[in-house]
Design a protein around this ligand. Structure first.
Ligand SMILES: [Zn+2]
Length: 402
């Protein structure tokens, strides 16, 4: 008997504003914008990276090989002032925070990356891409600052679908300078800029300086997984301007489609307030891990669909710890109900726009079934396999941490 072909994975595509089939080839090229290493990993980061991790696990489960590139933005407008404030070299700060980030990603059991390019190691490629854009007439230079001229790229705005007023508002909030009198259009953005006296600089045809934020990801994506990416991800705050500008530069320079599918994650707030550095209410993974099993953090985040904006409450970790205890007990119990329907529903949930809460409900229901007894001795093994598919390893005991 021949196995029926699997139904396609369905995922929401930001640029199409619809749930559509995601049908990559056997090898999936996935680029997710990584951290700027000037502070610790907070729950918003964890939520983003665990979302793509869950997708990767399901794609691997379906037989794909996934090449994940997650960059480190070790030079940009955020890390340099922070290093100045701390009185240390920016690369020293980047190395320390990158090491902490790696520790958090290991604790959260994320799949390994195919490549983790550091922006400072790809500056020559960034300069080369700006040169190409220059040759193709997409730039203008004002006293050593090179801008991308959005009027030369007709479909600017196609990723976000935002109107011009919204784009200008977000550009001002998220690192752009729509009021800069040197710009021909408020939405033009920096490709290359002179460095301040105490900032790092690299040689370029426009004088020594440093790259703009957006060109970094365009060059690193091209250099690591090529000119066309199957799926590009990041938080929804990166839709504009970052991803819009990435696409404009990459397609203007390379002449081919940059991204086949755009997938973005919602934002995490803290008990009713936006989680932000300036408000001092960031919930850090390393702090939470001091009193909570990292698997419980993962389960707590899975309770929310990736596309929703949601709020973290301190009690969330207790509910997730209770679920972890229940899952672990069931994974080590005797017989249970027939696990096959649970496995089918869990995989179907993941294939239906990565519905993590529905997948989690199946894990919980199977655990409850096992804990109530049954006649199928494969149930605990299948529960362990399904939990592993969700990134939760039930082979290690749950330590009484508090
Ligand atoms: Zn990026």
């Amino acid at each position: 008997m021949r196995a029926l072909p699997l139904a396609a994975v369905l995922l929401f595509d930001t640029s199409r504003q619809a749930v559509v089939p995601f049908e990559p080839g056997p090898e999936v090229r996935l680029y997710v914008c990584g951290i700027t290493p000037y502070d610790s990993t907070h729950l918003g980061h964890a939520n983003t990276y665990l979302t793509y991790d869950l997708l990767i696990r399901r794609l691997e489960d379906r037989g794909h090989t996934v090449k994940l590139v997650r960059n480190i933005t070790d030079v940009d407008d955020s890390i340099l002032p922070k290093a100045r404030e701390l009185g240390i070299d920016f690369l020293e700060l980047a190395a320390a925070e990158t090491a902490r980030f790696h520790g958090d990603m290991v604790a959260l059991n994320t799949r390994p990356v195919f490549n983790e390019p550091h922006a400072t190691q790809w500056v020559a490629e960034m300069v080369e891409m700006v040169q190409t854009l220059d040759e193709k007439g997409h730039t203008y230079n004002v006293d050593g600052t090179v801008f991308f001229d959005v009027s030369t790229f007709e479909s600017f705005g196609a990723v976000s679908g935002y109107d011009e007023a919204t784009m200008i508002e977000f550009a001002a909030e998220r690192g752009g300078h729509p009021d800069d009198p040197r710009q021909r259009n408020p939405l033009d953005f920096i490709l290359w800029q002179p460095s301040l006296d105490d900032e790092p600089s690299w040689p370029s045809p426009w004088g020594p300086g440093r790259p703009g934020w957006h060109i970094e990801c365009s060059a690193m994506a091209k250099g690591t997984i090529g000119e066309t990416i199957d799926l590009h991800g990041g938080g929804s705050d990166l839709i504009f301007p970052h991803h819009e500008c990435e696409r404009a530069q990459s397609e203007a320079a390379n002449g081919v489609t940059f991204v086949t599918h755009w997938m973005h994650c919602g934002m995490v707030a803290y008990e009713g307030t936006k989680m932000s550095k300036s408000l001092g209410n960031l919930v850090f993974v390393c702090e939470l891990s001091k009193t909570a099993d990292p698997r419980a953090i993962r389960l707590a985040l899975m309770r929310h669909h990736y596309r929703t904006d949601w709020e973290w409450f301190d009690g969330d970790i207790d509910a997730a710890a209770e679920l972890l205890d229940r899952l672990y007990a069931a994974a080590n119990a005797g017989n249970g109900p027939d696990p096959v329907p649970y496995a089918k529903r869990l995989r179907a949930a993941l294939d239906d726009d990565l519905d993590a809460p529905a997948a989690l409900a199946e894990l919980s229901a199977l655990a409850d079934g096992i804990n109530h007894g049954g006649s199928d001795e494969s149930a605990p093994t299948i529960l362990r396999e399904l939990a592993a598919l969700c990134g939760v390893d039930l082979t290690a005991p749950v330590a009484p941490l508090y």
